[in-house]
Write a protein that binds this ligand. Structure first.
Ligand SMILES: Cc1cc2nc3c(=O)[nH]c(=O)nc-3n(C[C@H](O)[C@H](O)[C@H](O)COP(=O)(O)OP(=O)(O)OC[C@H]3O[C@@H](n4cnc5c(N)ncnc54)[C@H](O)[C@@H]3O)c2cc1C
Ligand SMILES: Cc1cc2nc3c(=O)[nH]c(=O)nc-3n(C[C@H](O)[C@H](O)[C@H](O)COP(=O)(O)O)c2cc1C
Length: 526
């Protein structure tokens, strides 16, 4: 931010500065790679010399491929620009130096994000570097039947002094499955109890270690490293060096190459077949990487975010989430399980036992109810997209109980079957019966033809227009980013066009204005 503002506001003379920009973005966002595009242009305006054309990476497709394709053209141009001769060799240099300990040192990390023992000696304020170890008071199943599972979880935050608003996100730091961790230890022939440190060879770097060190290999694999993503091609390239079987080595090298054949194989064998690092080591028995090197190569395990499904007006001391358990079979017949949701699904409070815990923090969001409760709202949230709206509805109900005038509160919810996955059915029907909530329900599999929330919206175009066109109301979308959010947006556009008698362009401008006025917001994920 500081750099961006400095570039934007300042009038520095950057003559003599050579630069090239590659942006990390995602095409599903409206402002695709906007910052990279701006910086590339602005540096030139300030007198710097662009050594190579701007590159843009799209995380919705294959961002690593975008980068490698760009990088392959970037180097020859850089060499020519600076009069450097390239050897043509592609050598890899380790960023970190290994130190292993025969005797266990005093300070050994066991899963903390920053401060040693921070999970044992808890000290506010709590944030991403210093998560709060919250007790799980409730963890119950929301689906009535069927083989899928959706959890309602309540985290106790009373002792944390953390505050939240309806619409905020809860971040959870999960841990990896111990079975997968042990398998990696076995395939790398390493004692996972060994304590090690990785030290940056660049002594001036502000990042001394890739994750909190020293720790055991087991801690690194359990808490700090992502071992279930599809590995990027640069990891495969390094793995190839550890293969003793020439066929396996060649296959890995090919997948790491930028040739069309290599890219196609990577797409098929890694992405489509959905192999993670454990599957690769399983299917390539001659590949036995050094575990310290693998620890340097794998990305960091990220916290998972959940839309908070409660309101602090009703629940100041607990934060609720509504999470679907991820589990699926891959084309190679393996059972893949979501890291965080599988881990959470086992954290069930039991009578007479200490409550299970999880490290959490709260992330503020822009997803907010209108300041005045009289303002009418439409909420569109099929599946777990319902989550933040449960908090919104609780809040509106609270306003009504306090005697305030509350505007139309309309919810579009959808799921497979009324008898199977209608989340919070009793609560929602009770709000409807008491006259607070108007419900539009789409059960996709309860009749021969599919019915989705977008179909219902289309049918209710008069009501939609009344809220957003005539009464200055708010419209919210939450849930699946890929198809649902785009579908709903298109239908809303159509309604604005028809009911507001506008051209497509005018309708687009109308929606845009709603967004800038925060009358239309989305909380979506894929
Ligand atoms: C802002 C935000 C809010 C969110 N709110 C919620 C919420 O309220 N409720 C909720 O349940 N989730 C929510 N999510 C999603 C949540 O953060 C996690 O991504 C989700 O719970 C899965 O995490 P996991 O660790 O269990 O799975 P992971 O181990 O991360 O695995 C998930 C990955 O597995 C792959 N995958 C999943 N299913 C399949 C399949 N059938 N076939 C092939 N590959 C598959 C996909 O690549 C997916 O990204 C939200 C995400 C964001 C960014
Ligand atoms: C909260 C959030 C906002 C984002 N906004 C944009 C955006 O405006 N434009 C864009 O091109 N990508 C956007 N992205 C996508 C990221 O820039 C892109 O996916 C990137 O590769 C993410 O890398 P990371 O997940 O390692 O942080 C956004 C991602 C997140 C999570």
């Amino acid at each position: 931010m500081e750099f961006y503002e400095w570039l934007q506001n300042g009038d520095a003379d950057l003559t003599g500065l050579n630069y090239a920009v590659f942006g990390l973005g995602n095409k599903t966002y409206e402002h695709y790679n906007k910052v990279a595009i701006y910086i590339d242009k602005r540096l030139e305006e300030l007198g710097a010399t662009r050594v190579f054309d701007l590159g843009l990476g799209d995380d919705d497709a294959n961002i690593e491929d975008d980068f490698i394709t760009w990088k392959d053209k970037f180097w020859p141009v850089v060499c020519e620009h600076f009069g450097i001769e390239s050897t043509g060799e592609d050598i890899s240099i380790r960023q970190y130096r290994l130190q292993e300990f025969d005797e266990i040192p005093d300070r050994v990390y066991t899963g903390e994000m920053a401060r040693l023992h921070s999970l044992r000696n808890q000290r506010p304020p709590y944030d991403a570097k210093n998560p709060f170890l919250a007790k799980i008071k409730v963890n119950r199943e929301l689906h009535k039947t069927g083989d899928r599972s959706c959890m309602h979880i309540e985290f106790d935050i009373e002792a944390s002094k953390m505050r939240y608003d309806a619409g905020d996100h809860l971040a959870v730091y999960p841990v990896n499955s111990s079975q997968l961790v042990e398998k990696i230890g076995k395939y790398c022939s390493k004692d996972l109890n060994t304590v090690f440190t990785l030290i940056n060879t660049d002594e001036e770097s502000s990042k001394k270690h890739p994750f909190p060190c020293p720790c055991t290999y087991r801690t690194a694999l359990t808490h700090y490293l992502d071992i279930t993503q599809n590995p990027r091609t640069h990891v495969l390239k390094e793995l190839a060096e550890y293969c003793t079987d020439p066929a396996e080595k060649e296959k890995l090298k090919l997948m790491a190459s930028t040739s069309p054949e290599g890219k196609a194989l990577y797409q098929k064998w890694i992405i489509n077949d959905n192999r993670n690092i454990v599957h690769i080591l399983e299917d390539m028995p001659s590949c036995q990487p050094a575990l310290d090197h693998l620890s340097e190569l794998l990305p960091r395990l990220q916290p998972r975010y959940y839309s908070i499904s409660s309101s602090p007006k009703l629940y100041p001391n607990t934060v609720h989430i509504t999470a679907v358990v991820v589990e699926y079979t891959t084309p190679t017949g393996r059972q893949n399980k979501g890291v965080a949701t599988t881990w959470l699904s086992k954290k069930i409070p039991k009578e007479g036992e200490e409550l299970p815990t999880a490290p959490i923090f709260i992330r503020k969001s822009q997803f907010r109810l209108p300041t005045k409760p009289q303002t009418p709202i439409i909420m569109i949230g099929p599946g777990t997209g319902l989550a933040p709206f449960r908090g919104f509805i609780q809040e509106r109900d609270n306003s009504k109980e306090e005697g305030k005038a509350v505007g139309d509160t309309i919810l579009y919810f959808g799921c497979r079957k009324k008898s199977e996955d209608f989340l919070y059915e009793d609560e929602l029907l009770a709000y409807e019966n008491k006259g607070l909530l108007k419900l539009h329900l789409a059960f996709s599999r309860d009749q021969p033809q599919k019915v989705y929330v977008s179909h219902l919206l289309e049918k209710e175009s008069d009501e939609v227009w009344k809220v957003i066109g005539e009464n200055n109301g708010h419209l919210y979308i939450c849930g699946d980013a890929k198809s649902m959010a785009a579908d709903v947006r298109n239908i809303v556009l159509k309604i604005i066009q028809e009911k507001g008698q506008m051209t497509e362009q005018q309708a687009q401008a109308f929606l845009k204005k709603m967004e800038t006025q925060k009358r239309m917001s989305a909380d979506v994920w894929s």
